[in-house]
Design a protein around this ligand. Structure first.
Ligand SMILES: [Zn+2]
Length: 470
């Protein structure tokens, strides 16, 4: 924070104070960019069609009959979510009728408020003595008393109404069971190993990336990952426009027919302002994974363009502007990114942490040295990420801290500085050097993996468009 002689008027009269009125400014900006009355009219037919098709999918239980859902590995994530919602609805219905009536020897009860194992046993006509018998059979049988609301208990009864087997799913991947044998009940805990499959989503940006991605069915963590993958080419704080499109193939972990977690992005394509970027995940023979363009160039540049995703630039680099607190003309030798408190901040490149601590008006600050030439600084942080400490190392894209307003600051934002050989430069004005492409020796192997993924995105999108037109 070097003070410059206050001769020139501020080049950018925008101040931190403006940033402090953050939400209002952001809102009016959003309204400016996407006037709500025009949104419908400006929507491309493509996104309109897709929106309606996705709604159909979420409402239509028979959606699994549509071509894109019958496709061997891919299932629409909408259908998945809907299925799980439907399960709980069925569960709720079952709860209201207390049990299902189809097979008198198979009874199901759903745990409601105030239920205990005894009340549930009572509902299926089992006496209190059976509860005692069950609980005394095995130490672990007590797990059946740790009931959660909406948990389902399945009873198998003998023809004369005695308990033969008790079973319950305690999570998407775990179930517990008690089976009657010659020596009483035997307890068993069953863990299902999730199966990894790949899922496809396509989205068109109508408002923000997060909203459009959520509507397309992409989990939030995947949206963040996508922003990281393309973070070297696309500035997600500044460059996103209505009509931008993306396709993503990502891993889903499935257990008992339910998506329980997500894995890596396998391939993605992002069209930003008419220019299309591609990314393919590739694990080389040494076992290191990285993202490359479809033709094998690295997605990794020496530096990430923006250290905060989904932020708004509230103040640019300038040699003189009025400081909002000091009320004096001072140089602003960095870029300010306004974002909600707690938003993650990423290291712009690999490097050594020179400081992770308090630094005067900067508040909580991280300074990273990248090789001999470059240095980046991140100020006003709320706090530091786990494991980030002075003298340690960080990887490019690693979360180093969170947006805050510590030090001389009037609202939550990141103050970001970039130095080349000790001289401050405008990080937005820099041409970023590229990292290494795929090694020649691995090129064939890479293409064997990337080409089918790219072809699949084309095919999936075509199928989607075709079904949306029907
Ligand atoms: Zn600043």
């Amino acid at each position: 924070m070097t003070t410059e002689p206050p001769k020139a008027p501020p080049l950018y009269p925008k101040t931190h104070l403006l940033a402090a009125s953050g939400i209002a400014a952001l809102l009016s900006l959003a309204l400016l960019v996407f006037p709500s009355s025009d949104v419908e009219a400006k929507r491309t037919t493509l996104s309109l069609d897709l929106d309606s098709s996705s709604e159909q999918l979420t409402q239509d239980q028979d959606a699994s009959d549509t071509p894109q859902a019958t496709n061997d590995v891919t299932e629409s994530p909408f259908a998945q979510i809907e299925n799980s919602v439907d399960d709980s609805r069925k569960a709720a219905q079952a709860a209201s009728s207390a049990e299902t009536a189809k097979d008198p020897q198979h009874r199901e009860v759903v745990v409601a408020k105030g239920d205990t194992l005894s009340t549930l046993f009572e509902k299926v006509g089992l006496p209190a003595s059976t509860v005692n018998e069950v609980l005394s059979s095995d130490k672990q049988a007590k797990q059946f008393t740790q009931l959660k609301r909406d948990q389902k208990l399945e009873f198998e009864l003998t023809p004369d109404g005695q308990l033969n087997k008790l079973h319950s799913n305690i999570s998407d991947m775990e179930s517990i069971a008690l089976t009657k044998g010659a020596k009483g009940f035997t307890f068993k805990r069953i863990t299902t190993k999730p199966v990894i499959r790949s899922a496809y989503v396509h989205g068109v940006i109508n408002s923000s990336l997060s909203q459009s991605a959520a509507r397309a069915g992409l989990p939030h963590s995947m949206t963040m990952d996508m922003a990281s993958v393309f973070g070297y080419d696309i500035d997600f704080a500044q460059d996103i426009r209505q009509g931008d499109e993306f396709d993503v193939i990502y891993e889903q972990k499935v257990a008992n027919g339910k998506v329980v977690a997500t894995g890596n992005i396998l391939s993605a394509r992002f069209t930003n302002r008419g220019k299309t970027y591609t990314a393919v995940r590739y694990t080389n023979k040494q076992g290191n994974s990285s993202y490359y363009t479809a033709d094998g160039n690295s997605m990794r540049k020496a530096f990430i363009r923006t250290p905060v995703d989904f932020a708004r630039i509230s103040s640019r680099f300038s040699m003189g502007r009025k400081h909002p607190i000091l009320n004096k003309i001072r140089a602003h030798k960095g870029v300010d990114y306004a974002a909600p408190r707690g938003t993650p901040i990423k290291a712009a490149g690999d490097g050594k942490v020179l400081l992770a601590g308090r630094r005067g008006g900067y508040g909580n600050t991280v300074i990273i040295q990248h090789g001999n030439t470059y240095r980046t600084l991140y100020g006003h942080m709320q706090g530091f990420a786990k494991g980030v400490r002075t003298g340690g190392n960080v990887k490019q894209g690693q979360i180093i801290g969170y947006i805050g307003t510590t030090g001389l600051s009037t609202g939550p934002h990141l103050h970001y500085e970039f130095q080349v050989n000790g001289v401050h430069v405008d990080p937005l004005g820099r041409k970023l050097p590229m990292a290494d492409p795929i090694a020649k020796a691995e090129r064939t192997r890479f293409l064997q993996q990337s080409q089918p993924l790219m072809a699949r995105m084309d095919q999936e999108r075509a199928t989607m468009l075709a079904s949306a037109k029907r």
